[in-house]
Design a protein around this ligand. Structure first.
Ligand SMILES: [Ca+2]
Ligand SMILES: [Ca+2]
Ligand SMILES: [Ca+2]
Ligand SMILES: [Ca+2]
Length: 234
C-alpha cells in the first residue's frame, strides 16, 4: 500500500511540473501546464531523470530551492522533498509559504553543508541560503588583491566588488583591520576581538596587546584573580 502511494505521489509531482516548458527558457519558474511525461530527446531544455523506467523532463525553478511537501519538484531531483530535517543538520526543510532565502529554513535539506549561516564555499551553489551563490570573499575575484590579508573583507557586492558586509560601502577594511561581526576591527588591540574576531578578553585582563589579552604591563591574571586597573586582585 505504501509503495502504491509513493508511486502516485512521484507520478503526480513529475507530471505537474516536470514537463511542458512552453517558453523553452531555463530561467523561468519551471512550473507550466501539465502535459504528462515526454521523451527527453524532444526537449533539450530540461534536466532528465528516470521515473519508474521512463525518462521524463524537468525544468528546474530559478533558483532551484526545493519546498517540501508541496507536490512540486522544484530542483528536478525526481521527487518532491519530504518535510523535516532529512540531512540532520539541525535546520528544518523549507515548507510551503516559507522563503528559502529568508535564513529561517533549510534551502537544501538533502545536503548537510547547505543551511542558513553555513560557510559559503566556492562550489557553484548557495551554501548559506541567502539567495546568492559563491558570494564570499574567498570566491570573489575583486578580493584577490588582498592576498594574505583576505580577512579584511567577507563578501562580494552584487557589482562584484570586495566588501566587508558589516561595514558596508567602505570596501575592504583598512590595512591592519579585520572584517568582524561588529565591523572593521584591529584585533591586535581590541579587547572584545583580541587576536580573532569575536574573541573577547575575560575579567582576568584589561587590555589587548599584539593580539594577546594582558593585565597592565603583565600577562593576564591567574585563575580566581581579576584584573583591576592593571593589577591582579583576588
Ligand atoms: Ca517540492
Ligand atoms: Ca536540514
Ligand atoms: Ca550564499
Ligand atoms: Ca557556494
Amino acid at each position: 500500500m505504501k509503495t502504491l502511494w509513493m508511486f502516485a505521489l512521484v507520478g503526480i509531482a513529475g507530471a505537474w511540473v516536470g514537463c511542458g516548458d512552453d517558453d523553452d527558457a531555463r530561467t523561468d519558474s519551471g512550473i507550466d501546464a501539465a502535459v504528462g511525461p515526454i521523451p527527453c530527446e524532444e526537449n533539450e531544455d530540461c534536466d532528465t531523470y528516470c521515473n519508474f523506467g521512463t525518462f521524463t523532463c524537468c525544468v528546474p525553478a530559478d533558483p532551484p530551492y526545493e519546498i517540501c511537501g508541496d507536490m512540486i519538484d522544484q530542483n528536478c531531483s525526481g521527487y518532491d522533498a519530504s518535510c523535516g530535517d532529512q540531512d540532520r543538520d539541525g535546520v528544518q526543510a523549507c515548507r510551503p509559504g516559507e522563503d528559502p532565502t529568508s535564513g529561517t529554513c533549510d534551502c537544501d535539506d538533502e545536503r548537510a553543508d547547505v543551511r542558513p549561516a553555513a560557510p559559503e564555499v566556492c562550489d557553484g551553489i548557495d551554501n548559506n541560503c541567502n539567495g546568492r551563490i559563491d558570494e564570499s570573499a574567498e570566491c570573489c575575484e575583486g578580493c584577490a588583491s588582498l592576498g594574505a590579508s583576505w580577512n579584511r573583507a567577507d563578501v562580494c557586492t552584487l557589482a562584484g566588488e570586495c566588501d566587508c558586509s558589516t561595514a558596508e560601502g567602505v570596501g575592504p577594511c583598512p590595512e591592519g583591520q579585520q572584517c568582524c561581526a561588529v565591523g572593521c576591527v584591529d584585533v591586535r588591540s581590541d579587547v572584545l576581538n583580541c587576536g580573532f574576531c569575536g574573541a573577547p578578553c575575560t575579567a582576568s585582563s584589561d587590555r589587548c596587546v599584539a593580539g594577546e589579552c594582558r593585565c597592565g604591563d603583565g600577562d593576564s591574571c591567574e585563575l580566581n584573580f581579576e584584573c583591576e586597573a592593571g593589577v591582579c586582585v583576588e
